[in-house]
Ligand binder design. Structure first.
Ligand code: PRP
Ligand code: URA
Length: 207
């Protein structure tokens, strides 16, 4: 699996704001929005483009457009905070949704929502989830996509644990990963260390 870490200084300052305990939810959400713009911008290098004829006020020339805009799939809840920034860069894209909540004891995802096109053959998909911890949630989501025929899945996240990266890489699914950091690892509660805590709670409050 190809993995790209977005180590741009402006990405790292937004990530630092998100990591800090004292950052309140409004700033956390704004930082996630800005960081997502940078991560998706880098991910978009992987998109196929095509040339087409355009006219400037002066002459006819060639323009560029995305050959096949990706379906954007935020993983609820936390991925919702990345959706607006991704759609801002990709206004021609459609959206699907997957809702997952990790069980606090087993750390396995429980699916509670799924709204995806039935056929994803030939359709690139951009999956948004700020956190890749054990990898269970993103693996579940990507299997749903692969079961619908998707062969081109690009995952955008903010923080990844090596354990989760390894789990996705060994899944055999057609995945590429863009993240702002690969952290040290997971603690006994399967939280990313040093991490940023619970990305859903920090955006939207505890359940
Ligand atoms: C978080 C996060 C990922 C998942 C990562 O969601 O947004 O989806 O945990 O953990 P994993 O890699 O071990 O599966 P959570 O289940 O806490 O739900 P939330 O987004 O509603 O807060
Ligand atoms: N989900 C989160 O929100 N944070 C973690 O560190 C791990 C899973």
């Amino acid at each position: 699996m190809d993995v790209l870490v977005v180590d741009h200084p402006l990405a790292q300052t937004r990530l630092t704001a998100m990591r800090r305990t004292e950052t309140e939810s409004g700033v956390f959400r704004a930082s996630l929005h800005e960081l997502t713009t940078m991560v998706v911008y880098e991910a978009a290098r992987l998109f196929a483009v095509e040339k087409y004829s355009i006219e400037t006020p002066v002459a006819q020339t060639e323009g560029t457009r995305l050959a096949n805009p990706p379906l954007i799939v935020p993983v609820l809840r936390a991925g919702l905070g990345m959706a607006d920034a991704a759609l801002g860069l990709l206004p021609e894209s459609s959206m699907g949704f997957v809702g997952l909540a990790r069980d606090e004891e087993t750390h396995e995802p429980r699916a509670y929502m799924e709204s995806l096109p039935a056929d994803l053959a030939g359709q690139p998909v951009l999956v948004l989830d700020p956190m890749l911890a054990t990898g269970g949630s993103l693996l579940h989501c990507c299997k749903l996509l692969a079961d619908r025929g998707c062969t081109d899945i690009i995952i955008c996240c903010v923080l990844a644990a090596p354990e989760g990266v390894e789990r996705l890489a060994s899944s055999g699914l057609p995945l590429r990963l863009i993240t702002a950091s690969i952290d040290e690892g997971l603690n006994e509660k399967a939280y990313i260390v040093p991490g940023l805590g619970d990305a859903g709670d920090r955006q939207f409050g505890g359940m």
